[in-house]
Design a protein around this ligand. Structure first.
Ligand code: GDP
Length: 199
């Protein structure tokens, strides 16, 4: 039986890791701007306006922390929404800040259990996604790939697309969690996976 929605409560935003509240366990979500990260976090929480879904990708340039209310066993836990990468229209100085901010977070954050790297199911992985995955592997940061917007891939093409995407990430098909926030596909499964990291 799938569990209930993850009840998320916004705690704070920061640009630097040391400004974040302490946590017993945390999972983070990262991905290219427009990959569907806000939609996915909203779907996991079953709350429409929690993380901003926007057609102006790259607008959210902060590390956003949510508390998982009543989740994660006795200790609670947190979910972090990291700013999206690779949006060309973001001014240069913002882009320049992104690297140190995210890298600092991923390397220094106490309690970070895993990073969910979102890859667009229709077009991913992009070169930037691959760069991110290589960086995480080189730095031994535990991560799981989530392919988004599964509904956009025609059912006749899904088998091939899953294989292609996995090969692009140098993984097996079964290593990747495919979801659709729009059509509520595998959201329960991902929610359970999130919970398992927080308990
Ligand atoms: P973010 O920039 O990564 O936070 O991406 P958003 O959640 O704002 O989504 C970017 C665009 O993709 C929006 O137009 C969403 O409506 C759309 N989108 C997000 N998830 C899905 C999905 O599962 N299926 C489809 N078809 N579109 C989606």
């Amino acid at each position: 039986m799938p569990g209930p929605p993850l009840k998320l409560r916004f705690v704070s935003s920061a640009t630097r890791t040391h400004q974040l509240p302490d946590t017993p366990a945390e999972v983070a979500f990262v991905g290219r701007s427009n990959v569907g990260k806000s939609s996915l976090i909203n779907a996991l929480a079953n709350q429409k306006q929690l993380a901003r879904v926007s057609n102006t990708p790259g607008r959210t340039q902060l590390i956003n922390v949510f508390e998982v209310v009543g989740g994660g066993g006795s200790g609670g836990g947190t979910l972090v929404d990291l700013p999206g990468y690779g949006y060309a229209k973001v001014p240069g100085h913002v882009r320049k800040d992104w690297g140190p901010m995210i890298e600092g977070y991923l390397l220094e954050r106490e309690g970070l259990e895993t990073v969910f790297v979102l890859v667009d199911g229709l077009i991913g992985p992009t070169p930037l996604d691959v760069q991110m995955l290589d960086w995480l592997a080189d730095n031994e940061v535990p991560h799981t790939i989530v392919a988004t917007k599964m509904d956009k891939v025609k059912s006749s093409k899904r088998r091939t697309r899953k294989k292609e995407l996995a090969e692009g990430c140098r993984l097996e098909v079964g290593d990747i969690v495919w979801v659709s926030s729009a059509k509520d596909v595998n959201i329960d499964q991902l929610r359970d996976l999130v919970r398992s990291h927080l308990s």
